[in-house]
Unconditional design. Structure first.
Length: 115
């Protein structure tokens, strides 16, 4: 009868780097999705402040939360973009996405005049 322990060890060593890459990539992708989720929450607050006409508080909110805020006002609507940077740690993803991946979300709101 043959001893298969050596064969199992070799197979494990061959599979281990792939398994580690997948786990690290899943952690990075989950981190990006969590950042996007938090940005959506921040965007809700920013839209509320913007609709109340508190533009100075919108800018201060961005500084406090360390996020970027861009507001493009048109005639009837405004587009509010919120962004942040997410650090990527997985080696191959870092080459494709860059070490600081930019996470953004935006919303368009209707500007109604108050009487």
């Amino acid at each position: 009868m043959r001893n298969n322990k050596g064969q199992a060890l070799v197979e494990f060593i061959l599979i281990l780097p792939i398994l580690l890459f997948v786990v690290m990539a899943l952690i990075d992708i989950a981190s990006i999705q969590f950042s996007k989720y938090k940005l959506e929450d921040h965007l809700d607050t920013i839209v509320d402040l913007y609709e109340e006409g508190k533009k100075e508080q919108v800018n201060q909110y961005g500084v406090d939360k360390k996020i970027t805020i861009q507001i493009e006002e048109k005639t009837d609507y405004a587009t509010i973009k919120v962004g942040t940077r997410q650090t990527i740690n997985t080696p191959i993803l870092k080459q494709k996405l860059g070490s600081n991946y930019k996470v953004e979300t935006e919303r368009t709101v209707y500007i109604h005049e108050k009487e």
